[in-house]
Design a protein around this ligand. Structure first.
Ligand code: FES
Ligand SMILES: [Fe+2]
Length: 379
């Protein structure tokens, strides 16, 4: 659906700062190359604690991070073959979460019925993805497509960050091209104009005309000279629950969001652009150039954003009733999408629970925000 692009005052839905996620999507939880065979790492997806381990055949598994014996976090455990043994008494679980051995149980005795929930997990684009929702839907959904990933024409810079803010605040920041003001000292962008805006059930797409000038613009190929102003069309898409932006085929940004809790989020971003270097030289300088760009370009931008997002969150927490004014219709559309996705999921899961089909873990997970949602969303 085509939406109006007029910048006009619209009511801001405070409920968007309280809603939970629709878990029926793949969420990234860490960089795949940072989890070696035999290692375990903890992850949190919207208050749901998960232990992810890699066995010695390189296979990944995701289990609920709670030992069914006494509740110790399984990510403290030890990988044994393709099982994960809890650090406390050594109860071992297979990749499906079934208890397969207890070191001190006499061999003739039957194992107790102790099961940990397991989650679909996969490795793609050097990221580990977990599907926290309905396992039957895991096959139907896919992590975002990234055709640039294996294409040597593109130079890739991975950047991850943590922010103490609700994921709606972070996603609005990504969708909001009008905050070039914040990055002016870093030669960001200026004079943005919202040209078009579309919204569908699971997506908001906005196109902005934006002007650039400076050495960074020259480096990423936007202009031939640093002192030259160039105006380009930036397309920004919030494809729930992740974000994608591209600049006339010259650069692309995939920003994957991990909602951790009500006031904590993480992001895993892959930025692609073309640099004017011979292939052999590009290969040679890639690791160093990636580190330099992460540190001296991307983290500088990101740290400015994080300061704003966290400030926004703190003020919200101090007074959740206070009203705010928004004039960018793209932000309102993002807020509506976030609320709609959660509402949809909650409606589906309450239908399921009426039919007694929802499992208890799912309900506990939902209940964290269910009360707030029911109170606010049904207004
Ligand atoms: S608490 Fe995990 S084995 Fe005892
Ligand atoms: Fe920014």
């Amino acid at each position: 659906m085509e939406l109006a692009t007029t910048l006009t005052s619209q009511s801001f839905q405070n409920v968007v700062r309280e809603v939970g996620i629709n878990p029926n999507y793949w969420y990234p939880v860490g960089w795949a190359n940072q989890l070696a065979p035999g290692e375990v790492m903890p992850a949190v997806i919207w208050q749901l604690k998960i232990a992810i381990y890699r066995d010695f055949q390189n296979q990944l598994y995701a289990l609920e991070d709670i030992c069914p014996h006494k509740g110790v976090a399984l990510h403290k455990g030890i990988v044994q073959g393709n099982h994960l043994a809890c650090r406390y008494h050594g109860w071992a679980f297979d990749g499906t979460g079934k208890c397969v051995s207890i070191p001190y149980l006499p061999s003739q005795q039957k194992l107790p019925c102790a099961q940990v929930r397991s989650y679909p997990v996969q490795e793609k684009y050097n990221l580990i993805w977990v599907f926290p929702g309905d396992q039957e839907l895991a096959q139907k959904q896919l992590p975002p497509e990234m055709p640039e990933f294996d294409n040597s024409d593109w130079f890739m810079v991975p950047v991850s960050a943590r922010m103490n803010a609700h994921f709606s605040i972070c996603n609005e920041n990504s969708m909001d091209v009008f905050h070039g003001f914040l990055h002016q000292n870093l030669q960001g962008w200026f004079d943005p104009v919202l040209k078009s805006l579309q919204a569908t059930e699971a997506k908001v797409c906005a196109q902005y005309d934006v002007s650039y000038k400076g050495r960074i613009a020259q480096f990423v190929g936007l202009s031939d000279r640093a002192d030259q102003v160039t105006t380009r069309t930036v397309s920004v898409e919030y494809r729930y629950p992740h974000y994608y932006s591209s600049l006339e085929g010259m650069s692309a940004l995939y920003l994957m969001r991990l909602p951790v809790g009500l006031t904590a989020s993480r992001s895993f971003a892959l930025f692609f652009f073309k640099i004017r270097l011979p292939k052999w030289l590009k290969q040679l300088v890639t690791p160093v150039l990636q580190k330099l760009l992460q540190r001296f370009v991307f983290m500088k931008f990101l740290n400015q954003d994080i300061e704003m997002m966290e400030s926004e969150q703190q003020t919200y927490l101090a007074n959740p009733q206070r009203r705010y004014v928004e004039i960018n219709p793209a932000i309102i559309a993002v807020q509506r999408l976030i609320v709609r996705q959660y509402k949809q999921f909650m409606q589906q899961s309450s239908q399921l629970s009426n039919n007694q089909h929802v499992d208890s873990q799912q309900m506990v997970n939902n209940n964290v925000t269910q009360q707030t949602l029911k109170k606010n969303i049904l207004l």
